[in-house]
Design a protein around this ligand. Structure first.
Ligand code: TYD
Ligand code: MG
Length: 453
């Protein structure tokens, strides 16, 4: 057994200390320090990097290999991975319990075996009979898919050596443990130590490894954020459990761009890919309803079209109520202030509720204009014409600012059959496109005057 000493690790931010304290001096969380043993040398990440470069190399002498990629059989997964599964990569798939991570992995395992690779599914959480039951429901039948329902990493290493699979799925990293680490499964020390080991295995053997990581209520991966630095790619699987679709989002990717999204629908027989998500998100938009506007959100390289809804009513309290689902509350406050001050839409004594239909979360300034129009439409009780997309960021002066990827958004809007796009005015850029009418606008006031003369 290697010699270890103890340290105190904050379970909230991952900072470590020599002494116990009642409050973490890094993240200020109370009572979050837990005693853990210090990582033995064999699990130290520094050892990993030393092994590969012994002397510094001049830039022209650096060699570069094109990243090899294998299609997973799932277009939406390949998209978020940057074009397919990269050999030797370590991918973390985070998400709340019950969102569908195991379902996704099992289905990916089945299709990946269909591409001529064997797959090892390590289930440290569910028993073999539970896996069988789920597999039957999902139509899994491959003979090249192997299951192992234990969590001891030292034994897993032997199995990997023997089996040499084409892909390893570890469900979940919080339940895997290494007996040399004197800490319980799920503790920071185990999660970090096992991930480092798995990283070594992936790099040495060129076998890609997917880790499932449960996300705690606060939204951080338990075994906080430390895993994100370590792995090559971080994907989050999210969505409202009550609704049927799920979004797989790239948070970090050493082999591709971030903020890509893959969209799936969860049905009775597992997940299926959604080819045209905007149609799905807009299929329930009621025609002629006040407070409902279509906006465009650029998710990675793909523009999505979503319905933003607003409800405005006179407040009964001393402080008006502002609630938002899917849009940042700070953004909403800013838009309300600009509406009040610059465009004279009286919202300061009103309760305002906004919602992105379908449960999608948007974090993009290009939806500002649409959001402001939805609120104004709700405040006036007058609907805004259907078939129109509103694109533009709003500045504090009420001016409509240019947004990135405008051409791409407009082209996609036309392809989806929208008849008109309200876009930011730009003195030097004069965009036009056959098949869709473009209306450049300069200020929020101008936008409001067009619809509510
Ligand atoms: P699961 O993959 O176990 O979630 P996680 O691994 O992220 O904890 O998915 C669990 C949920 O998915 C469960 O509530 C049932 C639902 N589900 C379906 O709706 N259809 C299906 O075909 C399957 C397998 C699960
Ligand atoms: Mg699971």
């Amino acid at each position: 057994m290697p010699k270890t000493t103890v340290q105190y690790v904050c379970q909230s931010c991952g900072a470590s200390f020599r002494q116990w304290m009642g409050r973490c001096s890094t993240c200020q969380e109370w009572d979050s320090l837990q005693e853990e043993s210090i990582l033995p040398k064999a699990f130290d990440l520094k050892g990993l990097s030393k092994a590969t470069h012994s002397i510094p190399v001049r830039f022209p002498d650096l060699s570069h290999e094109e990243v090899d990629r294998h299609p997973s059989g799932w277009f939406e997964l390949d998209r978020v991975l940057g074009g397919g599964i990269v050999p030797g990569s370590l991918v973390l798939i985070g998400g709340e319990p019950g969102i569908g991570k195991s379902t996704l992995l099992l289905q990916v395992a089945e299709t990946y075996t269909g591409k001529g690779h064997s797959v090892l599914y390590v289930s440290a959480e569910e028993s073999l009979s539970q896996l069988k039951q789920r597999g039957k429901r999902l139509g899994v039948s491959s003979k090249e898919l192997f299951f192992w329902a234990e969590g001891d990493l030292s034994r897993l290493e032997m199995i990997i050596e023997e089996l040499s699979p084409g892909l390893i799925l570890v469900d979940s990293i919080q339940m895997v443990y290494h007996p040399e680490l004197e800490s319980s499964p799920g503790s920071l020390i185990q999660v970090r130590g096992c991930s480092i080991r798995l990283m070594e295995i992936a790099k040495k053997s060129s076998i890609p490894i997917f880790l499932v990581g449960h996300v705690t209520k606060e939204g951080s991966l338990a075994g906080p954020k430390i895993l994100e630095h370590l792995v090559d790619t971080v994907l989050y699987f999210e969505g409202e459990k009550a609704l049927h679709y799920r979004i797989l989002r790239t948070i970090k990717n050493r082999f591709g761009t971030v903020d890509e999204v893959g969209i799936f629908r969860m049905g009775e027989e597992g997940l299926e890919e959604v080819e045209n998500p905007s149609e799905l998100f807009l299929e329930e938009k009621p025609p002629g309803m006040s407070g409902s506007v279509i906006v465009s959100s650029l998710e990675g390289t793909r523009p999505l079209f979503l319905e933003v809804q607003a409800l405005v009513c006179e407040t009964k309290n001393s402080f008006p109520n502002r609630r938002s689902s899917g849009i940042d509350l700070n953004r909403l406050s800013l838009i309300l202030a600009v509406l009040e001050k610059r465009a004279r839409v009286g919202v300061d004594r009103a309760d305002v509720f906004v919602n992105v239909a379908g449960g999608m979360k948007i974090n993009e300034p290009a939806i500002d204009l649409g959001l402001a129009m939805a609120i104004a439409s709700a405040a006036y009780g007058k609907a805004i014409e259907d078939g129109v997309v509103w694109i533009g960021e709003i500045g504090l002066g009420g001016e409509i600012r240019y947004v990135q990827g405008l051409e791409r958004r407009i082209t996609e809007a036309r392809n989806l059959g929208f008849k008109r796009c309200m876009i930011p005015y730009h003195p030097k850029k004069n965009i036009s496109l056959d098949g869709i009418e473009l209306c450049p606008i300069r200020t929020l006031q101008e936008g409001l005057e067009r619809v509510f003369p």
